[in-house]
Design a protein around this ligand. Structure first.
Ligand SMILES: Cc1cc2nc3c(=O)[nH]c(=O)nc-3n(C[C@H](O)[C@H](O)[C@H](O)COP(=O)(O)OP(=O)(O)OC[C@H]3O[C@@H](n4cnc5c(N)ncnc54)[C@H](O)[C@@H]3O)c2cc1C
Length: 382
């Protein structure tokens, strides 16, 4: 397990150590960077393998079980150490079902959760729109009540797992009140007439991403998750759980970069010494190590607070997301520098991590949005 050094920390219980050992021994069925055209197939293979190993249980808790955020973080840290694509799979199985296991009806839970937990069906979460990214309250996709149905019209963008997901949790405007209080969450099955996935969006590192359009897309009122008008709160409750784990995934990527770089520094010779013997290099390694431990502490502190208090802890969560994603950016950049030309050579581990880690500072709330959350909580005295 990549993060063995964390285990003396007081945040963990035996089940977390056990999970860490099991995920650490998991072998990803997909090796190396995946070609964009093969992302759907690769993600399905990874989901089945994670499901067979029981690792999706932590992101899709069973009826009567509370989500164990420390377990989600431990799993994501270990998985992203091995494969950032696999981390996307486990994250989206959770984010694409969170609204259901938090607020779904027994019928909705019965229909959707088991197959996602087994990795047989792929989940997605559609919130962002071309005009509503950071500003979620500006969502313009509408859902109009029509008899026993709702009719969705509008467009989403940057949707992970589109177009191959089996269901999408879609947040649309139902208009009970202005802004954030007029949004509702729906389940929309793949293949529902009127919902179409567009061409893939090409990122700097392969990631399954596409826009979705809704045109006269009819879903039964039974597909509303929670109450109409509560969609914003439902989305934020999902983020309150998963944002911390974005930080954890980034800690996993940074830890991988750190380990790869330490090995390289021990063997690469410069000026009649190994790089590890050069004081300037040692200082850099120390900086990376300090950054990594502080980020991991912030992540597991937030996870522990969430698990032990059960309530909203947005300040700790935002600190964890900010600390994990920003530190990983710095650590992996430092790793690239220490690898020299090899660090920017296509196919080297640190080069791939450099591209893979960057988007994390944008999604699930950009770093600037996390700072707003932290400041607002401070000012409110939370
Ligand atoms: C890899 C990836 C996967 C994604 N997956 C999904 C998904 O599955 N489902 C989904 O719904 N969305 C998804 N998204 C979308 C993501 O959530 C949005 O990109 C994000 O919310 C930012 O929105 P935006 O891109 O519209 O940027 P904008 O909202 O236009 O913001 C641009 C920049 O402005 C700055 N900024 C924003 N607000 C403030 C502020 N208040 N003060 C100061 N500066 C500010 C930030 O630097 C921000 O990056 C994904 C994005 C990426 C990159």
């Amino acid at each position: 397990m990549s993060s063995w050094s964390l285990w003396p920390w007081p945040f963990f219980e035996e089940r977390h150590r056990d999970l860490a050992a099991r995920v650490g021994a998991w072998s990803c069925p997909v090796d190396g960077e995946v070609h964009e055209a093969e992302l759907g197939e690769a993600c399905r293979a990874i989901a089945r393998s994670l499901g067979a190993g029981g690792f999706l249980d932590c992101v899709v808790p069973r009826e009567g079980e509370k989500v164990d955020v420390r377990a989600v973080c431990v799993a994501r840290e270990a998985i992203s150490y091995t494969s950032v694509l696999a981390d996307n799979v486990i994250a989206m199985q959770g984010i694409g079902t969170g609204a259901l296991w938090l607020h779904g009806t027994p019928e909705q839970k019965d229909a959707y959760l088991d197959p996602v937990r087994r990795g047989e069906r792929i989940a997605a979460f559609a919130l962002t729109e071309p005009g509503a990214g950071s500003d979620v309250a500006s969502i313009t996709t509408t859902a109009r009540r029509d008899g026993g149905d709702y009719v969705l019209d509008g467009g989403k963008t940057f949707i992970s797992n589109a177009p191959f997901a089996d269901h999408y949790i879609v947040v649309a405007r139902t208009g009970e009140a202005p802004g954030a209080r007029g949004l509702t969450a729906f389940i929309v099955d793949a293949g529902t007439p009127g919902m179409v996935a567009g061409d893939p969006i090409h990122l700097m590192a392969p990631h399954p991403l596409a826009p979705l359009t809704f045109e006269n897309c009819r879903v039964p009122a039974a597909n509303v998750i929670g109450e109409p008008g509560k969609g914003f709160g439902i989305a934020m409750a999902t983020f309150d759980i998963f944002r911390t784990s974005v930080g954890a995934a980034c800690v996993g990527m940074a830890r991988r970069a750190m380990h790869e770089t330490l090995a390289r520094m021990r063997e690469r010779r410069l000026f009649n010494a190994t790089m590890a013997e050069i004081p300037g290099v040692q200082t850099k390694l120390a900086d990376m190590s300090i950054d990594l431990d502080l980020a991991a502490l912030a992540v597991y502190r937030a996870a522990w607070v969430k698990d032990t208090t059960g309530g909203r802890c947005s300040r700790e969560v935002s600190i964890a997301k900010f600390a994990g994603t920003e530190a990983a950016g710095r650590i992996i950049d430092a790793a690239v520098q220490l690898w020299g030309g090899l660090g920017v050579t296509r196919g080297s581990v640190v080069e791939q991590l450099y591209r893979e880690v960057r988007p994390a500072r944008l999604y699930e709330g950009a770093s600037e949005v996390q700072k707003l959350v932290i400041a607002r909580n401070l000012i409110a005295g939370a």
